[in-house]
Write a protein that binds this ligand. Structure first.
Ligand SMILES: *[C@@H]1O[C@H](CO)[C@@H](O)[C@H](O)[C@H]1NC(C)=O
Ligand SMILES: *[C@@H]1O[C@H](CO)[C@@H](O)[C@H](O)[C@H]1NC(C)=O
Ligand SMILES: *[C@@H]1O[C@H](CO)[C@@H](O)[C@H](O)[C@H]1NC(C)=O
Ligand SMILES: *[C@@H]1O[C@H](CO)[C@@H](O)[C@H](O)[C@H]1NC(C)=O
Ligand SMILES: *[C@@H]1O[C@H](CO)[C@@H](O)[C@H](O)[C@H]1NC(C)=O
Ligand SMILES: *[C@@H]1O[C@H](CO)[C@@H](O)[C@H](O)[C@H]1NC(C)=O
Length: 816
């Protein structure tokens, strides 16, 4: 039962662990396990079993996990390690035994660890190096036995087997004295590259000669001495040592010797050292006089967290590199430091006390690096006067200081890099202070409160490759011609510069530019012509501007070399009218950086939606919808137009059809309906009506000026009272008739009516000389002319007689 529960817990644990690589890494920390769980597969390489009550490690304890490379057994209550406990782990590189109350380890306990490089047994009740059965670990590089009870530095014989040992850490043990012979195994070839950490041991004595002939990589002796007398004596005991780096001093929260008394480091005169490091020293009376006395042969001096506020005497020395981090100088001790004639690198950094820079460096012919960053410096007339005597200066770092007023500029012609970032610069921006820096490659003036006033500010920087100037501002928020002639530039950072405009000429010279950061500005558009000169551009950061879209032209003209394009956090318009941009974005995911932050700003219903998640098909839908609307509108217009144009015809058609239906019941009230032009009224009234109505037999004519019911629409009257109530239609055709649209309409209706009735009821009377061709063409009558009665009105008497006879005959046709 219990086991089952345990296993469930174990599974859960594995499942929920964030950095578990299946079959390779297992974290089984603190699971109340008493052995290697059976579930762990043999392929496992990293196994953390810490905080489990394993108690004792029997032989072949890890036989189920032979591929292990890393094994953490910290705080597992292990007291006993039996012989061959690790025998099955030939690949193990790191073994952690920290915080186990070890009291019995078999002489073959570590057998089989043929690849072990790191053995960590901090706080493990180890009291003697001789008792450690590790002599056969020939591959060991690091042995960490900190916080144990080791009381002697007598290195056992087996150390001579550990040919690759680089670190022996005995920090915080009980070593109280180091005697001659203790380190014998390190003499000669062996141990030439060993770092020996003895910090926080209460060392009372070092027997002179103990280190003679020893060559170490590093010796660390921090917080080892109860007072400066003991310290001084012990350092004397180091005589004869050769060491690359020696580290002395205290810890910030554990300092024993506080006073730097004169002669404290005298013993170092007998030590051959490259690098001297002094950390955390509280009190220097006027005793700095001797600080450097025995360091004349060191090439590097590092002073960290030292309450040193002045440099007094500097003997002639070979020091090439001097670093003072968190020291207490109130001003740059340039005069005194100038005695380090060989100085190549000088760093005075991270001091909140360092505010002044008044002294001038005197003749430092080799100085190449001057790093005064992260202090509180504030000074005027930067920088020629200070650096006149450092002709080889290549790197100057004045970043993260308070306020620097530019003045004379620079005549350090060798300068390669110059860093002013986050220091307030006064009077830069309007004068070309960099004009003599022809070799400058790297310039950082980011966040220096500089307002670029003049296009000549970077005048003369003909080798410049990197220009970082984020967080400044430009005159009228326009970058204009500031980068003229910077033809070697590879990287330009103008982010956060409140830019609203970039001119066509801004980037004209930057043919080699590879990286442009123009993010965090207020640019509204991306004008392809502005960026066109940047034919080598690989990275463009245009994020955090106010871009709504990249036009099709811009997309086409993006530099071909572009690999990274950041357009995140702009104000994109995801309307369907910008579909081409939205499509482009989807197709170029690989190019876009932080694309998850490319979100739509407009229109409202897609606000904050990712541009790449935008549903393009929604635009196709709306395109169809739009097309439908437009189509419908067009058709509506067409209908209205057609109705307007063919109103009469339509209307007629309707009435005609209804007329057809009632045909049978219809009784004709008129013999003929006369259609004519109103201009022929007189002929109709005087000749036609008189002759036909007054003759024998009398014919009853329908005349619209006489017989139509007033108030009824004229078309209705024509159709209902004219055509439908008459047997025949007489059309009086004259030139007036042919010109009248109304008459044309009437005759058309007459023709259709005739067609519907199926009889020849149309009588055409042609008045005077009518253009026959026009008559045929305009009225399309030609084919009717044969079927219908066609009469010509002539003035001659004889013709008239014939005319009337023919007319009467035609009218009589069908009359009951
Ligand atoms: C751990 O396991 C042992 C038996 O292996 C059991 O007696 C003990 O109660 C367990 N402890 C916890 C905290 O589960
Ligand atoms: C430490 O080891 C010694 C034997 O070397 C043993 O007697 C002692 O009990 C151990 N201490 C602890 C706390 O286990
Ligand atoms: C010497 O040891 C240091 C670390 O202590 C290591 O970085 C360096 O590579 C070693 N050099 C040689 C030659 O083994
Ligand atoms: C200048 O110093 C600052 C702060 O120490 C550092 O971040 C920066 O990289 C340095 N500049 C150069 C060019 O090394
Ligand atoms: C650019 O170079 C030309 C020719 O060398 C020079 O006349 C002009 O003043 C320079 N302009 C700037 C802004 O550096
Ligand atoms: C551009 O500058 C901004 C802020 O100034 C920074 O956060 C961003 O990482 C830079 N982009 C690139 C590509 O370096």
């Amino acid at each position: 039962m219990l086991l089952q529960e345990e296993m469930q817990m174990f599974h859960l644990y594995i499942m929920f662990l964030p950095f578990v690589i299946p079959n390779i890494t297992y974290n089984c920390m603190d699971l109340n396990l008493s052995g290697v769980p059976a579930e762990i597969p043999p392929s496992t390489q990293d196994l953390d079993l810490s905080f489990n009550p394993l108690e004792s490690l029997m032989s072949n304890y890890f036989s189920t996990v032979p591929a292990l490379r890393f094994l953490d057994l910290a705080r597992c209550h292990i007291q006993t390690i039996a012989d061959y406990a690790f025998e099955d782990l030939p690949n193990l590189i790191t073994l952690i035994l920290t915080a186990n109350p070890l009291w019995h380890m078999g002489p073959s306990a570590f057998c089989g660890l043929t690849s072990l490089q790191r053995l960590v047994a901090v706080e493990s009740n180890i009291s003697s190096l001789a008792d450690m059965p590790i002599g056969h670990l020939r591959t060991l590089q690091e042995l960490n036995l900190g916080h144990n009870h080791v009381d002697s530095l007598k290195l056992p014989k087996y150390f001579s087997n550990l040919a690759f040992l680089q670190l022996l850490n005995l920090r915080s043990n009980r070593i109280s004295s180091i005697s001659r012979g203790d380190l014998d195994v390190l003499r000669g070839e062996k141990g030439t590259n060993l770092t020996l950490v003895l910090s926080i041991n209460d060392i009372k004595s070092i027997q002179p000669g103990a280190f003679v002939g020893i060559h170490l990589h590093e010796l660390s002796l921090r917080a080892c001495f109860e007072n400066s007398t003991v310290m001084k004596a012990c350092i004397q005991g180091l005589g004869g040592l050769r060491v690359n780096r020696i580290v002395l001093g205290e810890f910030r929260n554990y300092a024993r010797v506080e006073d730097f008394s004169n002669g404290l480091l005298d013993g170092l005169c007998q030590v051959q050292l490259q690098e001297f490091v002094l950390i955390c020293f509280e009190r220097f009376h006027n005793g700095t006089d001797t600080l450097f006395d025995c360091l004349v042969n060191a090439s590097t001096i590092r002073l960290v967290n030292i309450y040193l506020n002045q440099v007094t005497a500097v003997p002639p020395s070979r020091v090439q590199q001097l670093e003072c981090k968190q020291c207490k100088f109130p001003e740059v001790p340039a005069t005194k430091l100038s005695f380090f004639k060989e100085l190549r690198i000088l760093r005075i950094t991270e001091s909140k006390y360092l505010t002044g820079f008044r002294q001038i460096f005197q003749d430092l012919p080799n100085l190449e690096v001057l790093d005064l960053s992260e202090n509180r410096l504030s000074f005027y007339l930067c920088c020629s006067s200070y650096l006149d005597k450092t002709p080889k200066l290549k790197h100057l770092n004045l970043s993260f200081n308070s306020g620097i007023s530019m003045g004379s500029g620079f005549n350090v012609e060798e300068l390669v890099s110059l860093d002013f970032q986050h220091s307030r610069l006064n009077y830069l921006g309007s004068i070309p202070v960099f004009r003599s820096l022809r070799k400058l490659v790297y310039l950082d003036i980011s966040y220096t409160s500089t307002q670029i006033e003049s296009q000549y500010i970077f005048f003369g920087l003909e080798s410049l490759q990197v220009l970082k100037m984020a967080g400044n501002s430009f005159k009228e928020n326009n970058a204009d011609n500031s980068f003229m002639n910077l033809t070697q530039l590879l990287t330009l950072d103008v982010s956060n510069c409140n830019l609203k405009q970039v001119s066509l000429s801004t980037f004209v010279s930057l043919h080699k530019l590879q990286e442009l950061n123009i993010s965090h500005n207020r640019l509204l558009t991306f004008d392809p012509l502005v960026y066109m000169p940047l034919q080598a551009l690989t990275t463009l950061d245009f994020s955090n501007n106010q871009l709504t879209v990249l036009t099709e032209m811009a997309l086409e003209r993006l530099p071909c070399s572009l690999v990274h394009l950041d357009l995140s956090c702009n104000l994109f318009d995801c309307s369907c009218s910008y579909l081409s941009f939205l499509e482009w974005a989807k197709e170029h995911r690989d190019l876009l950086r932080s694309s998850e932050q490319m979100v739509c700003h407009h229109p409202e219903h897609v606000k904050n939606m990712g541009v790449l998640n935008f549903d393009l098909s929604s635009c196709q839908h709306s395109a169809i919808l739009l097309a439908t609307y437009v189509g419908m509108a067009l058709m509506g217009t067409l209908c209205v137009f057609l109705i307007y144009k063919y109103y009469f015809n339509l209307y007629y058609g309707v009435v005609l059809l209804s007329g057809c239906r009632h045909y049978a019941e219809r009784d004709d009230t008129y013999d003929a309906f006369v259609i004519h032009s109103s201009k022929d009224n007189e002929w109709v009234r005087k000749e036609l009506v008189e002759a036909l109505e007054g003759g024998v037999p009398p014919f009853h004519l329908c005349l619209h000026y006489r017989d139509f019911t007033p108030g009824v629409p004229i078309t209705t009257s024509i159709i209902q009272e004219g055509f439908l109530s008459s047997r025949k239609v007489i059309a009086v055709i004259s030139n007036h008739f042919l010109q009248s649209k109304w008459c044309s309409f009437e005759i058309e209706i007459a023709q259709s009516w005739q067609f519907v009735e199926g009889k020849a009821g149309l009588i055409l009377i042609v008045l005077g000389d009518v253009n026959k061709a026009l008559l045929r063409r305009r009225l399309g009558l030609s084919r009717y002319l044969q079927r219908n009665t066609y009469l010509e009105w002539k003035d001659k008497e004889i013709n008239r007689h014939l005319f009337w006879r023919q007319l009467r005959t035609a009218l009589l046709d069908g009359k009951t």
